[in-house]
Write a protein that binds this ligand. Structure first.
Ligand SMILES: NC(=O)c1ccc[n+]([C@@H]2O[C@H](COP(=O)([O-])OP(=O)(O)OC[C@H]3O[C@@H](n4cnc5c(N)ncnc54)[C@H](O)[C@@H]3O)[C@@H](O)[C@H]2O)c1
Length: 426
């Protein structure tokens, strides 16, 4: 395996799996796609064509792969959140190492089941916490590990989910109702952020968590006067409403296209008329104030660490632009940055006469990558890990990825109980 590409199967052929599988097109010595499983025939056939996969290596489900003798080294599992554990465990048992999308489970019991299965079958599972691989967070991790800012006293992270991202994914889209998608807003959106917090704070462990949040904006009571139920069917406000499906998706037909137009994937070149027709019946055309969403639009999480340090994470949806920000205070200095700008400053206490602090600015901007350059580096590290090479400091091995998920589950429990603190038992 060291001197040949990692033979890899795609399970769940959505846009995430395909993003990771691009490594097979770019660095052929590292990965080769040799099989696919997806119940969706259009997707299965498109992937088979793209990677020249023979018909006998095309399957409907992951279970069909697990039931036959092993024919590859690894699997990229990009199915939806709530079937990550049920699809992965049989593949581990069948001898595959797995690159698994986040969230890797939707509750604590399944999270522990997956960690135990990886151990029992002696397989490697890496979780797609792509932000750990973005140069922005990697550099911050290096600086913390170097001791430059001393011992960490407090860490604050914020995720601002833009109005178009919020409405597409969480108000109208696939993660708008936890009864269907089985993920809370915090799990779907911020398991990344709480993973980053746990990773940067690896000198200690979380001890307790509390959380508050609610849906303030996207309710029927807040619907504009005279609004209809569907933007392109019965609403007179489709030219002015901030959340008009016409303004969000017809005026910007390429933005979030992999979600909004996925029902048109069977058409080679869908026209704008096809898209308008789809929005008349698809979830993305429902009034943002009258959809059946039940997830929060903002939530705050507080974490107490065993070292005495404290952490906070705020998620706020519906902002004019999306970004993540971070502020870490150590005993010798501060790190403060904005992920989308790709810039952070390290400010160190400078006791020299006439000085107060010494600032260094780091510019690690990566253009045209929604995860700041993390996606393909994660896959490269997965290949190295499976081949038995030393993985990077970012490596998102399942056992190292559990803490962030536990904090999310406990934060949601705390929020449901009015902010009552929850003890973290690892
Ligand atoms: N890492 C990130 O930053 C990031 C970003 C966005 C989404 N995600 C996660 O990626 C995952 C996939 O998202 P997506 O939008 O690509 O999903 P998707 O719904 O487009 O794709 C999932 C695919 O799985 C297939 N499938 C269902 N059951 C299956 C089975 N038993 N065996 C094989 N295939 C099966 C479906 O037919 C579908 O094609 C989700 O868990 C999501 O939360 C991660």
């Amino acid at each position: 395996m060291k001197n040949r590409p990692l033979k890899t199967i795609i399970v769940g052929g959505g846009h995430r799996s395909l993003t990771y599988a691009q490594l097979a097109n770019i660095e052929k010595d590292k990965m080769e796609i040799v099989g696919v499983a997806d119940p969706d025939e259009t997707r299965r056939n498109a992937i088979a064509k793209q990677f020249n996969i023979p018909a006998e290596r095309c399957f409907r489900t992951s279970d069909e792969i697990a039931a036959i003798p092993k024919f590859a080294d690894a699997v990229i599992n990009g199915t939806m959140d709530h079937i990550h554990v049920s699809t992965t465990v049989p593949l581990l048992k069948a001898g595959y190492d797995v690159l698994l999308e986040k969230p890797f489970s939707v509750n604590e019991a399944e999270a522990r089941e997956l960690v135990a299965a990886a151990e029992k079958y002696g397989r490697k599972v890496m979780v797609c916490f792509v932000l750990r691989y973005a140069p922005f967070y990697r550099k911050i991790k290096d600086i913390i590990m170097s001791g430059e800012i001393g011992k960490i006293i407090g860490i604050s992270t914020n995720e601002y989910v833009s109005y178009h991202h919020m409405s597409t994914s969480h108000v109208r889209g696939k993660w708008n109702n936890s009864d269907r998608c089985h993920s809370s807003m915090l799990l779907a959106k911020c398991c990344h952020d709480l993973d980053i917090m746990m990773w940067l704070m690896s000198e200690t462990k979380p001890a307790a968590v509390s959380s508050f949040g609610c849906n303030m904006q996207f309710t029927k009571e807040n619907a504009p006067e005279n609004s209809g139920t569907r933007c392109l069917v019965d609403c007179p406000l489709s030219e002015e409403c901030l959340y008009s499906a016409k303004r969000l998706y017809i005026d910007h037909p390429d933005r979030w296209s992999f979600y909004v137009w996925d029902a048109l994937e069977h058409l080679e070149n869908p026209t704008i008329e096809d898209k308008i027709e789809l929005l008349k019946t698809s979830p993305y055309g429902v009034c943002a104030y009258k959809s059946d969403n039940n997830v929060v639009d903002h939530q705050t999480v507080s974490v107490l660490f065993e070292s005495g340090a404290t952490g906070t994470h705020n998620m706020i949806g519906g902002t004019s632009y999306g970004t993540r920000t971070i502020h870490i205070t150590g005993t010798k200095g501060v790190i403060e940055g904005d992920f989308e700008k790709g810039v952070f400053t390290v400010s160190k206490i400078d006791p020299r006469p006439g000085c107060e602090h010494e600032d260094t600015v780091y510019d690690v901007k990566i253009n045209n990558d929604s995860h700041g350059g993390g996606d393909l580096d994660l896959v490269r590290d997965f290949v190295a890990y499976v081949r038995g090479e030393t993985p990077s400091v970012s490596c998102t091995d399942i056992s190292d990825s559990l803490l962030g998920h536990l904090v999310v589950f406990l934060a949601d429990k705390s929020m449901e109980n009015g902010g009552q603190p929850e003890k973290v038992i690892v």
